[in-house]
Ligand binder design. Structure first.
Ligand SMILES: [Zn+2]
Ligand SMILES: [Zn+2]
Length: 253
């Protein structure tokens, strides 16, 4: 019976591939059968370069290693630094993130991680923390209503993969540390920075302060645009007595 189920799923997959052959999310080229990167073509993926090091979440200034504090000297009021692997201006990461988020294409996750994980591993070597015990990984939560609509939290998918980095192999992934207690409208590209901040003001509640106290938290989201959402989440974490916060995203606008 199980075998029949397996054959049926396989045939269904072949039928779907025949009717809707996979195309590169960035350039539209028909893709060869490539189970590792089956959302993007080799050319587009090869053209994705990773950014370099940490930056200030407010002004974007590069923060030279070694990182001695997660409060950027240029804007210490932000109390977190940003590790963003790619530029959202680059069409390939943007197409992958949108495919992951809005088309539920989990195939888009692997190529994003193939750039993010090496970037983050290299960048963290410039960070003051080295003991894995001191790290905690917190994905930015979705409101339960949005989670029901989407079926998954893309930030959680990324957060869960970070423990593949050796330095973070023993870090706890804490999807329940923060909760989104206020449903907020989707952020639109047109909204002013002020409007975006007002949209998300106080939308996070720290549920489990005991899990993050004294730790350096990697606060994970898919993309960093105005920084309003991550700033709110960082403020909630900070109130729980974290040692430091590093925002981690696949891309930065
Ligand atoms: Zn392509
Ligand atoms: Zn700055």
């Amino acid at each position: 019976m199980e075998r029949i189920g397996h054959i049926t799923r396989k045939l269904w997959g072949v039928l779907l591939d025949t009717l809707f052959p996979p195309h590169c999310v960035a350039c539209g080229t028909l893709l060869p059968r490539n189970p590792r990167h089956d959302a993007i073509c080799e050319n587009c993926l090869a053209a994705v370069t990773s950014r370099d090091g940490f930056c200030c979440p407010r002004c974007g200034a590069r923060l030279p290693p070694p990182l001695t504090s997660t409060q950027p000297a240029c804007h210490p009021g932000e109390f977190f630094v940003l590790a963003a692997a790619m530029s959202y201006v680059n069409p390939a990461p943007r197409a992958l993130i949108q495919a992951l988020k809005y088309e539920h294409s989990r195939a888009a996750l692997a190529p994003l991680l193939s750039v993010l994980l090496p970037y983050l591993a290299a960048t963290l070597r410039g960070a003051p923390e080295t003991a894995a015990d001191n790290w905690a990984i917190v994905p930015i939560p979705l409101h339960p209503r949005r989670l029901r609509e989407r079926g998954f939290n893309q930030a959680m998918l990324i957060a869960g993969a970070l423990t593949k980095i050796e330095l973070l192999s023993r870090a706890a992934v804490l999807p329940d540390a923060l909760a989104r207690t206020r449903h907020t409208p989707p952020q639109t590209a047109e909204a002013s920075a002020e409007k975006r901040r007002a949209n998300v003001a106080h939308c996070f509640t720290l549920k489990r302060p005991e899990l993050i106290r004294g730790k350096t938290v990697l606060l994970v989201d898919d993309v960093f645009t105005s920084g309003a959402t991550m700033g709110e989440a960082a403020a909630a974490l900070r109130a729980g007595g974290v040692k430091g916060i590093i925002g981690v995203t696949a891309a930065k606008a």
